[in-house]
Design a protein around this ligand. Structure first.
Ligand code: CMX
Length: 430
């Protein structure tokens, strides 16, 4: 049995030395080439970042610290947090110590509720979540100790302190936002006997006699927790944190990126698309109807949400995990059946558009239907759930980055004029 702080205190110096030696030996070796298309194409495929919490290869999908996500679906989110940070699954007593620590840190100060209550009634739940995180910045332990002259070797421990404080509070804040924003009545107090994911489900206040919704929430929080570090949310957070802006600033920066429809917001867009088909066709559409609807969406210049990925070239294993859950717990649900039918039909339509590199479903294609089934029908809220989970990965990555002593992120940009001159030898005024 060890605490997270003790475990990381042992591991980080070892990892730091290993990486120092590695760079000493191979520092000038080439890792990846960069083409002009990649420079203009969002740096897709350029291997220019390091992330040890998780890895996503195009033909494999998410692997967390060497364990494929399909083998982690029965784990608790708290176990995943430990795994992301340390590279191993915690033993029973270490897990309990982490859960006790999170419970101790969980109470949300009143000023957060006052700030949220003062926001416009039509504020997006994601802007409420990020406002709540940002207004707690005054409590950053990292910030306070940095101002007092903290030295570099302490950065990780203070970042971990901030991480645990934020993660501990997020379920209550996110559930409070749900109840406030969608007029669900007073906030529901935390139940100290529940794990982190089940307590979040409990505080949302949806009827859950079978505890299937709590089960879904745990799965959801595990599946969305991390997806290496080049995606918009993790990348933005890592860049901001590399300036030694504390985790409150960094996490909210990352989650603001998650709020974009090409990233995390796709889950709300996706369910909307599925519900639209049900409305248009009065139930589960036929294959032909669905195919036509997909073509109409594409012809109108819109994307089919929940399909495609910047890295993956297979069905996202996280989508598979949601489908497995649906088949087990709600196979007869009409919306779930549409999701499965969309999976049968849409990839073939997307494959015809040669420009689309990945015609397969991503994580956002299936989650919304299950949430809807259990009564979480307010889909503008879905990205908040994604955020509570993704906070685990973003926070873990920040703790590791500060523990490894990584420098401020600052890649070099070029003007089109410079690129033309470099590649064509043509001097063009920038
Ligand atoms: N529907 C329609 N067009 C799509 C598409 C989709 N599902 N997926 C890709 N395309 C289009 C792109 O818009 C792009 O078109 P233009 O060249 O006209 O701009 C072209 O196909 C090439 O894109 P790509 O190289 O295959 O994919 P990118 O790496 O550029 O983008 C992603 C990846 C996810 C943004 C894109 O597939 C998409 O917009 N999908 C729908 C939104 C979505 O589900 N996002 C969630 C992703 C998971 C997450 O981050 O949470």
């Amino acid at each position: 049995m060890a605490t997270l702080q003790e475990k990381l205190g042992e591991l980080l110096p070892v990892w730091r030395n290993e990486v120092r030696d590695f760079i000493k030996e191979h520092g000038e070796d080439v890792v990846s080439k960069v083409t002009l298309s990649q420079v203009y194409g969002g740096m897709r495929g350029v291997r220019a970042l390091v992330c040890d919490t998780s890895n996503v290869e195009p033909d494999t999908g998410l692997v967390i610290r060497g364990i494929h996500v399909k083998n982690l679906t029965d784990r608790l989110p708290e176990e995943i947090l430990w795994l992301l940070l340390t590279g191993s699954i915690p033993d029973e007593r270490s897990l309990q110590a982490l859960q006790t620590d999170l419970r101790r840190r969980a109470p949300v100060p009143d000023y957060v509720w006052n700030v949220l209550a003062a926001m416009p009634k039509d504020a997006h739940p994601m802007s409420m979540l990020n406002t709540a995180i940002l207004c707690m910045e005054r409590e950053s332990v990292f910030h306070q100790h940095y101002d007092e002259g903290m030295t570099k070797e302490h950065y990780w421990a203070e970042t971990l302190d901030d991480a645990l404080n934020i993660i501990a509070r997020l379920p209550a804040i996110a559930a409070g936002i749900y109840r406030l924003r969608f007029n669900k009545g007073p906030r529901i107090p935390s139940d100290p006997h529940l794990d982190w994911g089940a307590d979040y489900a409990h505080m949302l206040g949806l009827p859950d006699p079978t505890e299937d919704f709590a089960r879904l929430m745990r799965l959801y929080l595990v599946l969305h927790s991390d997806h290496e570090s080049g995606n918009v949310s993790a990348g933005a957070a890592a860049t901001v944190n590399s300036a030694l802006s504390d985790l409150y600033y960094a996490l909210s920066a990352g989650l603001n990126g998650l709020a974009g429809p090409l990233h995390g917001l796709a889950n709300q867009e996706c369910l909307k698309w599925v519900l639209d088909t049900r409305k248009k066709f009065g139930g589960v559409p036929t294959d032909e109807q669905l195919e036509k609807y997909a073509r109409d969406t594409l012809q109108s210049g819109r994307v089919i949400p929940g399909y495609g990925h910047a890295v993956l070239r297979i069905t996202d294993p996280r989508f598979d995990a949601f489908v497995d859950f649906g088949k087990k717990y709600c196979p007869d649900d009409e919306i779930f059946q549409i999701v499965v039918k969309v999976f049968d039909v849409v990839p073939n339509v997307l494959k015809e558009m040669k420009k689309i590199k990945d015609p397969w479903p991503n994580v956002d294609a299936g989650s919304g239907a299950l949430l809807y089934k259990y009564g979480l029908t307010e889909f503008p809220y879905y990205t908040v759930l994604f955020s509570v989970s993704r906070a685990l990965g973003i926070c873990a990555q920040a703790v590791i980055a500060r523990g490894m002593g990584y420098p401020i992120v600052r890649p070099k940009s070029s003007t089109t004029g410079w690129l033309r001159k470099a590649l064509q030898g043509t001097p063009v005024l920038a």
